[in-house]
Design a protein around this ligand. Structure first.
Ligand code: S3P
Length: 434
């Protein structure tokens, strides 16, 4: 377990930063590359551990993939070209790899066993296995609906499925099943979630449409997917750490370059604006996912209210919303976020415990937090932990930027799941003071 010393940044954060590639898009580029015919080249690929897990799983299924720095090349085998793996596929810490692959593997002519690390093996998989049954899919989970699980390969049927949870992972698994079905399928969401699978599938040649309600997706099966070039935009979920760092740390002004501004992901920008953050966004030309440069400076923050409808567009940023609320003058209420209970950790609990350790008054609600913010905190214990959760580790590092005492973070290695260069970028923005 890596232990890191953290210190404050009294001079603030400054300069430009190129944000690493989007995690969700990097996973999907490997997957669609594998399921296409021909070669897919991926630039600005995220080399975090989760995306390497996806690449390794497809190698085990017979796909040749090379990763050289942030450039990846996938030699696609087509929807019908995967081979049975010789052993259990290791899903590591990655919920996205697991759930999306369940949809892909459900229609293959072989069975596949999946298992992950201690955290992933506790996360719910029935949310995928149950709706897959509408297509004739079959996933045999462990007791409690978790990994290890076996995906039994079957011939799949067309289906019309209403999803019970607002989850892009579940939606994407259904889309992958629908691609292998024997007719046109409809997938209905509860709330709109990130639509990277739909956008990228269209780029690769699939016939997939989203109705004006943004909730109803129609998928035509057996498209002829052709390898593409994918330029992965900067991950707004990684950029969000620096947006929040700049907003809460006095004397800061940073610019985050080429960040993905897909509206299904920009909830954190809406929150920052509502809280009164000084920020400015420059949209950039792009023929794929929307892209922009984000400038943000130290700000006086107002409290915020977040409810269920707001959650999908900021699901991974809610720990940061809690941190912003903890620095705002007044009481914030965040509800409708029960999904956080089943992330890499129970983030409602781990965020509340972490902020309480910083001396913030936080009440844990069943589905969120009540947070009494104030700019100055009284740290209770200087030794923090990531709880093995990448986003918690980064949250502690950002929160410590305004600390009056030096702090320690245990389990900092978890951060490499989504942001291997996090501490280098922190050093860059704080002028080497860390
Ligand atoms: C993801 C979807 C979200 C998000 C996760 C990545 C994706 O999960 O939290 O980090 O790439 O589809 P849910 O689908 O569980 O909301």
């Amino acid at each position: 377990m890596t232990q890191v010393k953290l210190s404050s940044a009294p001079l603030g954060l400054h300069g430009h930063l190129q944000i690493p590639g989007d995690k969700s898009i990097s996973h999907r580029a490997i997957m669609l590359g594998a399921l296409s015919h021909g070669i897919t080249t991926i630039d600005h690929f995220l080399t975090g551990q989760d995306c390497r897990t996806t690449a390794e799983a497809f190698r085990q299924l017979g796909v040749s993939i090379t990763i050289d720095d942030d450039h990846a090349v996938v030699h696609g085998v087509g929807l019908d070209g995967l081979h049975a793996p010789s052993a259990t596929l290791n899903m590591g810490n990655s919920g996205t790899t697991t759930r999306l692959m369940m949809g892909i593997l459900a229609g293959q002519p072989f069975d596949t066993r999946l298992s992950g690390d201690d955290s992933l093996n506790k996360r719910p998989m029935k949310r995928v296995s149950e709706p897959l049954t509408h297509f004739g899919g079959e996933v045999i989970t462990s007791e409690g609906g978790t990994l290890p699980a076996t995906v039994k390969g079957h011939h799949l049927h067309a289906a019309d499925v209403q999803l019970a949870v607002a989850s892009a992972q579940v939606k994407s698994a259904m889309i992958f099943a629908a691609l292998q079905a024997d007719g046109v399928s409809t997938i209905r969401e509860k709330l709109p979630t990130r639509n990277h699978t739909e956008l990228m599938l269209r780029q690769f040649g699939a016939d997939i449409t989203t109705a004006d309600d943004q909730l109803t997706i129609t998928v035509h099966p057996h498209p002829n997917l052709e390898g593409q070039h994918v330029l992965v935009p900067g991950d707004i979920s990684s950029a969000a750490f620096w947006m929040v760092a700049a907003a809460i740390t006095p004397n800061s002004a940073v610019t985050l370059d080429k960040v993905n501004l897909n509206p299904t992901r920009t909830g954190i920008i809406d929150v920052l604006k509502k809280m009164g953050a000084q920020m400015d966004i420059k949209q950039l030309a792009s023929d794929g996912e929307p892209l922009g440069d984000i400038h943000i400076a130290s700000s006086q923050l107002r409290p915020i209210t977040v409810t269920e409808d707001d959650v999908p567009a900021m699901v991974d940023e809610l720990p940061l919303v809690a941190l912003l609320a903890a620095k705002a003058s007044g009481t914030s209420k965040i509800t409708g976020a029960q999904e956080l209970r089943v992330k890499e950790t129970d983030r409602i609990h781990t965020v509340a415990t972490t902020l309480q350790q910083f001396g913030v008054e936080v009440k844990e609600l069943p589905d969120g937090w009540l947070i009494k913010g104030r700019p100055d905190w009284q740290i209770q214990d200087p030794v923090f932990t990531s709880y093995g959760d990448h986003r918690l580790g980064m949250l502690v590092a950002i929160a410590s930027l305004t600390s009056s005492v030096p702090l320690t973070l245990q389990g900092a290695d978890a951060i490499s799941v989504s942001y291997p260069g996090f501490f280098d970028d922190l050093k860059h923005l704080t002028g080497g003071g860390h």
